[in-house]
Design a protein around this ligand. Structure first.
Ligand code: PLP
Length: 412
């Protein structure tokens, strides 16, 4: 047997579940909007979707918007984040979590993550609080809820807002309560790769009626809900999603619970099999996270169990075997050029000052997971147990034959 990377027969030659997945429901709902003549953001399907999303997450208000990035930005604006305010964020997340802060002219403060959950370390959060700190953005990374007990207690002690970036965590439940209920605002994304998708799209949830009306108004040109069309009370923009998107989202949302159940079952099976496999570690279940949608499964790679081949070469070998694994983010967010001194401040205002030297920042757990992490995306878990067995077979094959690879290492 030879590695597929060296010309051998791959473990798997059939594709895994294709994402996004759709059926008759999405097609029919789209045609209905097309024929209705009401294509924009005031189509009744938008409110229908908002109500369904709010019901699934047990929240009072859901306000849809154009994407998960503007959802975060709007949430921070509605909470009054202004120039110079510090907002604590993790560095192991998608860039939007931190750039939303800059877009409001706030200053992101990166703090390290917990190595087990990959979510904000509550101790690190508390240590980073200053008189300028206004809010904390808790990302539920990969669909695993952050420690909302600890973060909630810290926020209450220091009078901070919590915003939940739940872009990975549609339908996740922490100790009996769905995500989105722990922060003042929770935000979600419906970008093409997310668990519920309309290509692009987002939503903000809250239990606070005053915050809800500010969120809605900002996305609707400063209008008041039910008010006159050409009467604008506050500064706002147009961040609406369309009737077409809402039509798709209604259908997608109905499938989420069953899809999450299937993913959890397959991910649990992978975890149980990896316990007796050295070199690839998967976090144990957090019993406080009652429902995890498994957006991303992150494995820690130990090259010493694979004849010393690099993580990147291991991933290439897996891809050749027909298992589309991915490397984690190349580096923590603060290493991106957007945070370099020459590109800051985000405004010309005197009161903005960087709370950290982003260019020299080094948070060890975030650095380590970027170096060791391998991602298996959610669609790999939407099929059968055989799919997981194929993934495991590819892991085993590359491990057994890794010694035949080091010569490739240098060519990258
Ligand atoms: C996808 C994502 C976003 C932003 O969502 P968009 O809809 O792509 O703007 C924000 N935060 C995290 C963690 C994400 O993964």
């Amino acid at each position: 047997m030879e590695l597929a990377l060296l010309g051998g027969k791959p473990v798997r030659s059939t594709p895994f579940t294709v994402w996004p997945a759709f059926g008759r429901e999405e097609e029919e709902a789209l045609l209905e909007v097309l024929r209705s003549g009401s294509w924009g953001g005031y189509n009744e399907k938008v409110e229908e979707f908002e109500a369904a999303f709010a019901a699934l997450h047990h929240v009072k208000h859901a306000i849809s918007c154009a994407n998960g990035t503007v959802a975060l930005e709007t949430a921070l604006r509605a909470l009054g984040v202004v120039c110079g305010d510090e907002v604590i964020v993790p560095p192991f997340t998608f860039v939007a979590t931190a750039t939303a802060v800059l877009l409001c002219h706030g200053a992101p403060v990166f703090v390290d993550i917990d190595p087990e959950t990959l979510n904000l370390s509550p101790e690190a959060v508390e240590a980073a609080i200053t008189p300028r700190t206004k809010a904390v953005i808790a990302v539920h990374f990969g669909g695993r809820p952050a420690d909302m007990d600890a973060l909630g207690a810290i926020a209450r002690r220091h009078n901070l807002y919590v915003v939940e970036d739940a872009a990975h965590a549609h339908g996740a439940v922490w100790r009996g309560v769905p995500v989105g209920n722990f922060g003042v605002v929770g935000t979600f994304s419906f970008q093409a790769f997310k668990l519920v998708t309309s290509g692009e799209g987002g939503v903000m949830v809250t239990n606070d009626a005053a915050v809800a009306s500010r969120l809605w108004s900002y996305c609707n040109q400063g209008r008041r809900k039910g008010g006159e069309w050409y009467k604008h009370f506050t500064l706002g923009s147009n961040y609406r999603l369309t009737g077409f998107q809402a039509a798709i989202l209604n259908a997608q949302l109905r499938k989420l619970p069953e899809q999450s159940r299937i993913r959890a079952e397959n991910a649990d099976y992978l975890r149980s099999q990896l316990r007796s496999f050295s070199g690839l570690a998967m976090a144990e279940r957090d019993t406080r996270a009652e429902r995890e949608p498994y957006y991303l499964v992150t494995l820690r790679y130990d090259p010493s169990c694979f004849s010393g081949i690099s993580r990147d070469l291991f991933v290439r070998a897996l891809e050749a075997e027909g298992v589309p694994a991915q490397r984690a983010y190349p580096y923590p967010l603060y290493r991106n050029p957007v945070f370099a001194r020459r590109n800051l401040p985000p405004c010309a205002c005197e009161s903005w000052k960087a709370p950290q030297d982003y260019e020299t920042l080094c948070l060890p757990e975030s650095e380590r997971i970027c170096h060791e992490g391998i991602w298996l995306e959610h669609s790999l878990f939407l099929g059968t147990r055989q799919d997981v067995d194929d993934i495991l077979a590819a892991f085993g094959k590359v491990q057994r034959l890794a010694a035949s690879l080091p010569s490739l290492q240098e060519s990258g």
